[in-house]
Ligand binder design. Structure first.
Ligand code: HSE
Length: 428
């Protein structure tokens, strides 16, 4: 058997603890599969004296993750602290400087600094691996960088925030409001410390930006992502969508278009019978489309101790086996700078607005839509109050710019109350 692979693990929260448990539980199995012993040399976390349900005896302790990253008895620095900057980034940079490969679950750090970090690592023939950063236990990074590497990728889609999928499916199944289910998700501990990361689509957007870089050979460009959260989705939207054969999902879509790279994370309507439409609770799904393979669907747990630790281990074991695929599937320095294209592909849109219940109101709305170049496919009024009536309109295929022009004009009229909601109907 060759020399052991020695790990330094920074961060002993849910994921870090899960990794320690697997290394201990599957000692023989991991050696048998890689031909090397996988050992933990040292660990680091914010709190030392905490019962994590696993013995940490036998591991050296470092208070400072940067010191951990630099240790001579560490071959792979395993960064599981989280946070886009601060200690996670400092320790990752220190690890690269000290000549260590890095395995991380940190989507925020890579979405914002992945390009620079990967270039720095690759300049020294080192790796940064991040399977656990995207869709938890689903091996989507490996599928893209290895399994589908013979394809030109045409589109990458995903529901990659379990909390949002939990909220949307729970609203539907229990008939509860967004606010009620948000509170429930909070009680269950599903929400990030800053819940906007989840419900604002940011966490899922980070993940999509990483997949887009691999799929399309472009530099990670989270800044160019169109982001919209689920905060304005009502139970009425969900019910109306269901009535038309759709479900609402916080869906990420990345594709190359004639106008450039389109990347968006937003609530969309998808057909109820599609794999994405059937995704329940906190599950994640990645849908990958390649010119040769067609469509691949991967479904699984996007968070949690076991699934995320499973993904971290996959990266560690690849390093143990000597598998050295660059971070984004090709050398980072060769990734192209993408031209950002905002919702370049036309699609039908679902529009919902509160209309004053008075003569001529609907005529004004129809005129605005017509002027913006939007053609109405279906329309419905429901649930009148004393003075207003919600109106739903499904348009024929339209460009997003036309929808935005119409929304702006609708907001300015005296017959529409508040901001209308516009959701894209995605062809999945
Ligand atoms: N908060 C994320 C989710 C998990 O709900 O899917 C970590 O990215």
């Amino acid at each position: 058997m060759s020399t052991p692979l020695r790990l330094g693990i920074a961060g002993l929260g849910t994921v870090g603890t899960g990794v320690v448990k697997i290394v201990r539980r599957h000692k023989e199995l991991l050696s048998a599969r890689t031909g090397r012993e996988i050992v933990i040399s040292a660990i680091s976390a914010r709190t030392r004296d905490k019962d994590r349900g696993v013995s940490l005896s036998g591991y050296e302790w470092e208070d400072d993750p940067v010191a951990l990253a630099r240790r001579d008895d560490v071959d792979v620095f395993v960064e599981l602290m989280g946070g886009s900057d601060g200690p996670a980034k400092a320790a990752t940079e220190a690890a690269i400087e000290a000549g260590k490969d890095v395995v991380t679950a940190n989507k925020a750090m890579l979405a914002l600094h992945g390009q620079a970090l990967a270039e720095a690592a690759e300049a020294k023939n080192l790796l940064i691996r991040f399977e656990a950063a995207v869709a938890g236990g689903i091996p989507v990074v490996k599928t893209l960088t290895e399994g589908l590497t013979g394809n030109e990728m045409t589109r990458v889609m995903g529901v990659m925030n379990g909390t949002c999928n939990y909220i949307l499916t729970r609203m539907e199944n229990a008939g509860l409001s967004y606010e009620e289910v948000f509170e429930e998700a909070s009680q269950l501990g599903y929400l990030e410390a800053d819940p906007t990361l989840d419900v604002g689509g940011i966490d899922a957007g980070h993940k999509l930006a990483l997949l887009a870089a691999i799929a399309f050979g472009t530099r990670v460009s989270f800044d160019a992502m169109e982001l919209e959260g689920i905060e304005r989705i009502t139970i009425a939207d969900i019910r109306q969508a269901a009535d038309m054969g759709y479900r609402i999902k916080l869906l990420g879509v990345a594709q190359k278009t004639g106008r450039g790279l389109e990347q968006r994370m937003s609530p969309c309507l998808v057909p109820t019978g599609s794999p994405l439409g059937q995704l329940e609770n906190a599950a994640n799904m990645a849908v990958l489309e390649g010119d040769a393979v067609g469509q691949i669907v991967l479904r699984g747990a996007g968070a949690g101790e076991g699934p995320t630790a499973s993904a971290v281990m996959a990266d560690i074991l690849d390093i143990a086996r000597g598998i050295r695929v660059p971070t984004f599937g090709r050398p980072a320095a060769q990734l192209e700078k993408p031209v950002a294209a905002r919702s370049a592909m036309p699609a039908p849109y679902y529009l919902r607005m509160e209309l004053e219940d008075k003569p001529g109101a609907l005529a004004k709305v129809a005129a605005i839509l017509g002027t913006a170049g939007l053609s109405i496919n279906r329309m419905r009024q429901y649930g009148h109050t004393q003075t207003t009536a919600p109106v739903l309109i499904v348009t024929h295929k339209a460009q997003r710019e036309a929808v935005d022009t119409a929304l702006e004009a609708l907001e300015k009229t005296d017959v529409v109350a508040g901001r209308p909601v516009a959701l894209r109907i995605e062809d999945v």
